[in-house]
Ligand binder design. Structure first.
Ligand code: PA5
Length: 428
């Protein structure tokens, strides 16, 4: 069960003062009457998801596992981050999976793209191209280059069988191409925006290919959906978290730093940066979301957090039990002086690092800390965590009176880039 510990917020949070606002916003989310209300499909998705498509996702995953060495996933932003963060969280950074997953379409770096294409030359690979609009430059460029390579290796017919397209059900260039070429297609629902789409085919197909238990993932999300279907801020931990970050924002904090103690959770920080950054950062408002992996980053960012400008608070995402552990043995010479840890597990040392850091930052540094913990890093708890944060960001964004579900600012760089590139329809 996910727990939210608010004992270390340094200032008291006046939850009572938020009771009415939270009830009103909850009614707005449920009744789909707030700004961006066309994009609330994710709120009931863990129960209402398309069961027939879910089975097709499992079949496609099995087909890919049985026939290919590599799945190349092409997508960016909401069409990339969820799958990557789930796969790394569940499988770790040295996975033993049958199918290797490679991400592309998330950059315009020629160095990266050239290296991936070179690596794939001798590999038997399939492609999952993911794009709701079907026109995102990073994804389209990578997909065109991948297709060219694949066709040169296996011919058009076999290439078309090895391409799985996740896109809009009816519109867009990718959908048109998929229909023409006969790719298998999966749907990104109209009412679910990119950063809320990890539990749709966007995340589910790559996660299933990587061996993730997508039934457990959906069950975790459904249980979270049931728990957080409660408009009372005093008893709903998800809304308590949203209110806490809002109160800290109103009391001079400008940055929320998401912290994990597991390198395989670093990408959860990336997913959260998009979820909170794109949902809240508009109209000149919003907390700036950033992320660190401790204890690694204590040796770089630790100094600033402890003694630098008092602009941030930390939100720790803690896993109570590690999936794997290692024991530190006694050494007869003890030349490294580590025998005080003999017989202890590395997870015990990591836990003490967390407890010591929490005390240092809160007591000595007066940095507010929120602690969100899950019992285990598995598909069920990850599904729970995804839903927790999606619901929290909806409440948080409405608390600062912004539309949580649009991202108008993202378009501005695209327009300038298209003008520079001479894309038809974009003139100087
Ligand atoms: O959250 C968002 O909407 C964006 O990050 C998009 O997901 C991202 O730009 C990719 O868009 P698309 O799926 O249309 O290629």
């Amino acid at each position: 069960m996910l727990k939210v510990d608010l004992k270390n917020t340094v200032i008291n949070i006046p939850f009572d003062a938020y009771i009415n606002d939270v009830k009103a916003i909850d009614a707005k989310i449920k009744g789909k009457t707030g700004a961006g209300n066309d994009f609330l499909g994710w709120t009931s998705w863990p129960k209402d998801y398309d069961k027939e498509e879910f089975e097709r996702i499992k079949e496609a995953a099995k087909e890919i596992q049985d026939n290919y060495e590599v799945l190349v996933v092409a997508g960016i932003g909401g069409s990339y981050l969820g799958a990557r963060c789930a796969i790394e969280a569940l499988n770790g950074l040295f996975p033993k999976n049958k199918v290797q997953i490679i991400f592309i379409g998330n950059t315009l770096s020629s160095n990266y793209i050239a290296q991936v294409l070179d690596y794939l030359k001798d590999k038997n690979f399939a492609i999952n191209v993911i794009s709701k609009s079907g026109t995102t430059t990073e994804t389209s460029v990578a997909f065109r280059l991948l297709k060219e390579l694949l066709i040169s290796k296996v011919g058009v017919e076999r290439a078309s069988k090895a391409i799985y397209a996740t896109t809009d059900k009816a519109r867009g260039a990718l959908k048109t191409e998929a229909n023409t070429m006969g790719y298998k297609t999966f749907v990104i629902p109209d009412d679910i925006g990119g950063r809320f789409s990890v539990l749709t085919a966007v995340g589910l197909l790559p996660i299933a290919v990587a061996g993730g238990d997508i039934d457990a993932l959906m069950k975790g999300a459904a249980d979270a959906m049931a728990e957080y279907d409660n408009d009372d801020v005093l008893t709903n931990p998800c809304y308590k978290y949203a209110v806490t970050r809002h109160y800290l924002y109103n009391n001079d904090k400008e940055v929320e730093m998401f912290v994990t103690y597991e390198p395989q959770m670093t990408q959860i920080g990336e997913w959260l940066k998009q979820l909170f950054g794109e949902s809240e950062g508009k109209d000149g408002k919003g907390l700036f979301p950033t992320a660190c992996t401790f204890s690694t980053d204590l040796h770089s960012m630790g100094q600033f957090i402890q003694e630098g400008t008092k602009l941030l608070f930390e939100t720790n995402i803690v896993v109570e039990e590690p999936n794997l552990d290692v024991t530190i043995n006694a050494d007869k010479d003890n030349l490294d002086g580590l025998n005080f840890l003999a017989g202890k597990n590395v997870s015990y040392v990591n836990k003490k690092a967390f407890e010591g850091t929490l005390a240092a930052h809160v007591v000595d540094g007066e940095v507010p800390n929120i602690v969100i913990s899950i019992p285990k890093l598995d598909a069920y708890n990850l599904g729970y965590l995804f839903f927790f944060f999606m619901k929290a960001v909806a409440m948080s964004a409405y608390l600062i009176d912004v539309n949580p579900f649009n991202q108008p600012g993202v378009e501005i760089y695209k327009k300038r880039m298209f003008t520079l590139l001479g894309k038809p329809g974009y003139t100087k």
